[in-house]
Write a protein that binds this ligand. Structure first.
Ligand code: CP
Ligand code: NVA
Length: 306
């Protein structure tokens, strides 16, 4: 059966741990596995802009023995002249994997339904699960383990990163706290799914509008842009921004358990995080960015070898 990775919970807790183990192995020995060996191509489709995702998938596919085919916004018939279903049926006969950054999660589900090869979500409006694998790898490297660690996310608690931290973090047995203003907290469906998962993994999800309480004793502090791709910045990024008191600064860091700081990047210094924190000694954001490469190579290997 073709396996896809559309959201964090498409890997069971054991499978997620297996992918992270493989990422550690591939980081140490980058060319030890070649699931794309021979004349194989993987399509990497973008409906939104990207730096890390584009470069890490291109480099990772090449390192696994394959050829990346990058399709930039507006270059394919997909979305304007041709349906998702027809696109999936056509290109999955020609490539070994489809990696897609898009808007609606439902589009990814439709692509997967009609694709005979693995479909990977490389960011949708709802989830960014590849990023969370890279973050978990970074947490392992800096804190020794992921299970049992407390990670607080500050800011827009209803965006793709927040949803993926809630599900992917709890899947890994972490205690995830989301500190976000009212109106920007995770949907009830995400909270319910994370809570059900927590009962299996020993993790937990806490949602609060109190950034100070949420920072207390946390092992990882993390944030993301206040304006995600496709969103209107009005009301999010001005002087009256509801996110202002959720900025990660030295004061919040000092309440933590000597936390590391993570951010998926691109970052806006002076908005969601101060320069002092993101450019300071506790920041692991460039390890995190590099780990996109290793985590996604492991993910592709896992999906292609199934
Ligand atoms: N973190 C991340 O996905 O970065 P890009 O948007 O540059 O791919
Ligand atoms: N929430 C951000 C993440 C960027 C990697 C966005 O969707 O724009």
């Amino acid at each position: 059966m073709t396996r896809h990775f559309l959201k964090d919970t498409d890997l069971s807790p054991a499978e997620q741990a297996e992918v992270l183990d493989l990422a550690v192995e591939l980081k140490a020995a980058p060319y030890s596995r070649t699931p794309l060996a021979g004349p194989q191509t993987a399509a990497v489709i973008f409906d939104k802009t990207s730096t890390r995702t584009r470069v890490s998938f291109a480099a990772g596919i090449a390192a696994l023995g394959g050829q990346p085919l990058i399709i930039n916004p507006g270059e394919a018939q997909l979305g304007h002249k041709e349906s998702i279903a027809d696109t999936a049926k056509v290109i999955s006969r020609m490539v070994s994997a489809i990696i897609w950054r898009t808007y609606a999660q439902a589009g990814l589900e439709e692509m997967a339904e009609h694709s005979s090869v693995p479909v990977i979500n490389s960011l949708s409006d709802d989830f960014h699960p590849c990023q969370i694998l890279a973050d978990l790898l970074t947490i392992r490297e800096h804190r020794g383990d992921v299970a049992g660690q407390t990670m607080t996310y500050f800011g827009d608690g209803a965006n793709n990163m927040a949803n993926s931290y809630a599900l992917g973090g709890v899947n890994a047995g972490m205690h995830v706290r989301i500190a976000a203003p009212a109106g920007y907290q995770p949907d009830a469906a995400i909270i319910a799914e994370a809570e059900a998962l927590a009962a299996q993994t020993g993790g937990s999800l806490t949602v609060t509008d109190d950034p100070v309480a949420a920072a207390h004793g946390a092992d990882i502090l993390v944030t993301d842009t206040w304006v995600s791709m496709g969103q209107d910045s009005a009301g999010r990024d001005d002087e009256a921004s509801p996110f202002t008191k959720f900025q990660v600064n030295q004061e919040l860091m000092s309440l933590s358990n000597d936390a590391i700081f993570l951010h998926c990047l691109p970052a806006y210094r002076g908005k969601e995080v101060t320069a002092e924190v993101i450019d300071g000694p506790a920041s692991a954001v460039f390890d995190e960015a590099e780990n996109r490469l290793h985590a996604q190579k492991a993910l592709m290997t896992f999906l292609l070898e199934r």
